[in-house]
Design a protein around this ligand. Structure first.
Ligand SMILES: [Zn+2]
Ligand SMILES: [Zn+2]
Ligand SMILES: [Zn+2]
Ligand SMILES: [Zn+2]
Length: 434
C-alpha cells in the first residue's frame, strides 16, 4: 500500500529545484519533473540528450552505509569506509554506540548525531548498536530542514509491516527514544519512503571501496523500465549521477532499471513486486522471447524433445510455459521447480572452488540441464569474468582466457539484442573498469 501524498507535481518539482540548489542545477538542464503515465510522476527529457551524456546529478537527502542483518558493524556510520579492529576499538568514544572512523568520530557532522543518540540513552553502551546502525540513515531525518521534510513527505512511500518491526527494534535499544505518535509516524514514513526510493551501490573513494544506500529525491522519481535509457553510478557517498545509455529525444521519459538487466521476465517482475509493489509492462516484459534473448528458457520436459520452453503469457508471475519445438504446455509450478533446481545447482558452485573448476562446470555440466541462454547461466559466466578480472593468485591458461573472451562476447551480444546501449554493465565488461 502506498501512503498518501498531498502535493502536486509542480510543487514537487519546485522542492526538487530547491533541494539541488544553484550548485547542482545545470543551466543547460536536460530534464523536468512531470506527470507520468507509468506511475504518477516521472522525469522527462526537456531537450535532446546525447548517448553518454550526464543527465542529472542528485544529492542524497538521507544516506548511510548499506548494512545487512548479519550485524555488519565494521563500517563507519558516516563516511561508510571499512573499519579495521574489533568492535570496541571502532565504537565512538563518546557513548553513542555507533562505529566510526577516526576522522568522522571527531567531525562536526557527527557531533549533533552523537548528542542526539546519547540523549536517547542507549541501553547497552558497551556494544555497537547494530539496529541503530542499520537505521542511521532514517534517524538522520531528525536533522532535515522544513523544506527537506516537505520533500521527503512528497515522495512515494510504500508501507510494509516489516519496517515497523525494524523501527520497534531500534526503539527498544534506548531508554528515551522519542515515543510520541507524531515522531514515530515521521520515522515510519521516512523508512517507507527510503525503502521505496533508495539507491544502493559501491563507490570508490580515497579510503577504498564503500557500499552506500541513499535516498535521492530526483533520481528516485525516475521510473523503471527493464531496458532503460539511463544508468546510474555513485560519484561519492552523497552523490548519484544518471547517464544516458542511448540518445534520448526531447519529451521522452527517462528510465532506469530497478532490477538486474540480465534477469528473466519472471525473475525481474517477482523482484519488482516484492520490493517495489508493482509489475512492469515495458516492451521487453510483453515479449515472451525478451527480444530474442530467451533469458527464461529451460529445456522441454516432454519425452524425447530437445526443445526449449519459455513463459507464454506476460503480465503474470505464474505464466504457462510452452515448448518452441513440440508446443507442449507446462504449468508454472513445474517450470519454477526446474528453474530453482538450475539456480541452486549453479549458485552452489559459484565462488566455491577455483575459476578453472567453474569454467569446466559451466562448459561441460551445465548444458546437460540448462540452456545456455538461461539467465542463471549468464550470471555464472559474468561471475567468471569478474573473478578473472580482479587481482587473484589463480593462474589461467590459454583456454581459460579464451573462455573469458567468449563469455564477454556472448554477454555483449545479449545486451545488444536487448537494446541496452552503453549501459554500465557493457562498460564494465568491455573496458574492465572494475
Ligand atoms: Zn568515517
Ligand atoms: Zn558518537
Ligand atoms: Zn519491464
Ligand atoms: Zn518440446
Amino acid at each position: 500500500m502506498s501512503l498518501p501524498i498531498k502535493i502536486s507535481t509542480s510543487e514537487l518539482a519546485a522542492l526538487i529545484d530547491e533541494h539541488l540548489g544553484v550548485k547542482n542545477l545545470d543551466k543547460n538542464r536536460s530534464w523536468k519533473v512531470l506527470d507520468s503515465p507509468i506511475s504518477g510522476r516521472g522525469v522527462f527529457a526537456s531537450r535532446d540528450i546525447a548517448a553518454g551524456e550526464i543527465i542529472l546529478r542528485d544529492v542524497a537527502l538521507l544516506a548511510g552505509p548499506k548494512t545487512n542483518d548479519t550485524a555488519n558493524v565494521n563500517t563507519c556510520a558516516l563516511c561508510c569506509c571499512h573499519l579495521e579492529g574489533n568492535a570496541l576499538d571502532v565504537m565512538c568514544k563518546n557513548g553513542c554506540t555507533l562505529p566510526l572512523c577516526r576522522t568522522c568520530a571527531s567531525s562536526n557532522r557527527h557531533f549533533d548525531e552523537c548528542e542526539l543518540l546519547k540523549d536517547w540513552r542507549p541501553k547497552d553502551r558497551n556494544k555497537i548498536n547494530s539496529h541503530i546502525l542499520r537505521l542511521i540513515s532514517i534517524v538522520r531525518c531528525v536533522f532535515l530542514q522544513d523544506q527537506q521534510q516537505k520533500l521527503l513527505n512528497a515522495l512515494q512511500a510504500n508501507s510494509d509491516k516489516y519496517y515497523m518491526v525494524e523501527l520497534q527494534k531500534a526503539v527498544a535499544c534506548f531508554e528515551n527514544f522519542p515515543r510520541h505518535k507524531e515522531m514515530l509516524e515521521y520515522f515510519y514514513r521516512t523508512i517507507c519512503a527510503f525503502n521505496t526510493n533508495a539507491f544502493e551501490g559501491n563507490c570508490q573513494t580515497a579510503e577504498g571501496e564503500i557500499r552506500v544506500r541513499g535516498l535521492f529525491p530526483l533520481a528516485g522519481l525516475v521510473n523503471h523500465q527493464c531496458t532503460p535509457n539511463a544508468d546510474h553510478h555513485f560519484e561519492d557517498g552523497q552523490t548519484i549521477v544518471l547517464t544516458a545509455t542511448r540518445a534520448i529525444r526531447q519529451g521522452e521519459e527517462i528510465f532506469t532499471s530497478y532490477t538486474k538487466l540480465l534477469w528473466s521476465n519472471v525473475m525481474r517482475n517477482t523482484f519488482l513486486m516484492v520490493t517495489k509493489k508493482f509489475m512492469c509492462s515495458c516492451p521487453r516484459c510483453l515479449d515472451p522471447t525478451e527480444n530474442g534473448t530467451y533469458l527464461s528458457a529451460l529445456f522441454c520436459r516432454a519425452q524425447g524433445c530437445k526443445g526449449i520452453v519459455i513463459p507464454v503469457q506476460t503480465k503474470t508471475l505464474q505464466p504457462d510455459w510452452r515448448c518452441t519445438t513440440c508446443e507442449s504446455v507446462f504449468p508454472h509450478s513445474k517450470m519454477a521447480r526446474y528453474q530453482d533446481f538450475a539456480l541452486n545447482t549453479i549458485n552452489n558452485r559459484i565462488n566455491k572452488g577455483s575459476v578453472a573448476e567453474m569454467i569446466t562446470f559451466i562448459n561441460d555440466m551445465c548444458p546437460r540441464f540448462c540452456p545456455s541462454s538461461n539467465y542463471v547461466l549468464v550470471e555464472a559466466k559474468l561471475n567468471v569474468i569478474w573473478r578473472m578480472s580482479r587481482p587473484t593468485t589463480e593462474e589461467f591458461n590459454e583456454d581459460h582466457l579464451k573462455c573469458k573472451e567468449r563469455y564477454k562476447e556472448e554477454i555483449v551480444a545479449l545486451l545488444e539484442k536487448l537494446g541496452a546501449g552503453d549501459c554500465t554493465l557493457k562498460k564494465l565488461i568491455t573496458e574492465e573498469i572494475l
